[in-house]
Design a protein around this ligand. Structure first.
Ligand code: AMP
Length: 192
């Protein structure tokens, strides 16, 4: 199985690159942000619970997103592998993911971290907000909070994979195809 954590701050290009990578490597795309937005739209209790956190740019509690990922892994038992996009966002989530995968005799193959500077992230998020209508991409204060939450709570997840020698950085500035090329090379090199 090929299991990739596509990592990076909000606006780094994880969603865009995931769409291309799932096609090339025949993987299942698991984006916790997408799942939460779908739950919210459908008005489920989970979606309602998540709403307040998403609106403020705070993280949804670990047990909620871990439960969601557990369900998706169980639903896709025959997958070639997964791209985890926007998950894990805390070390507790990373530990839980290792456990869930181990239950299926599987593990993370590598974490690819897209690096983009803060100024560029803010520019991209505001542009995306205009196109998509996503409220959390339109308010500069919420954007700043999401970046701060990333730096404080999510960036340490790098160490978790670094200790397992699974952490790779890719420059997230460039054209979509250039970045996709670099990600693909890193995957092919490490998928042995
Ligand atoms: P995203 O689309 O990945 O930027 O996620 C949008 C929002 O959903 C985040 O700002 C969080 O409020 C919530 N969210 C998504 N993934 C997670 C996660 N793994 N852990 C906690 N909250 C999450």
């Amino acid at each position: 199985m090929l299991n990739i954590v596509l990592f990076g701050p909000p606006g780094a290009g994880k969603g865009t690159q995931s769409e291309k990578l799932i096609e090339k490597f025949q993987l299942v795309h698991l984006s916790t942000g997408d799942i939460l937005r779908a739950e919210r739209k459908a008005g489920t209790p989970l979606g309602q619970k998540a709403q307040a956190f998403i609106e403020k740019g705070e993280l949804v509690p670990d047990e909620v997103v871990i439960g969601m990922i557990g369900l998706q892994l169980a639903k896709n038992k025959n997958a070639n592998g997964f791209i985890f996009d926007g998950f894990p966002r805390t070390t507790a989530q990373a530990e839980a993911l290792d456990k869930l995968l181990a239950e299926n005799k599987s593990s993370i193959t590598l974490m690819l971290a897209l690096e983009v500077n803060e100024l560029e992230l803010k520019k991209r998020l505001l542009l995306r907000g205009k196109d998509s209508g996503r409220a959390d991409d339109q308010n500069p204060e919420i954007i700043q909070n999401r970046i701060d939450v990333y730096n404080r709570e999510t960036a340490p997840v790098k160490d978790f994979y670094s200790k397992q020698n699974k952490f790779f950085v890719v420059d997230g500035i460039g054209t979509i195809d250039e970045i996709f090329g670099k990600l693909s090379v890193a995957i092919e090199k490490n998928n042995k």
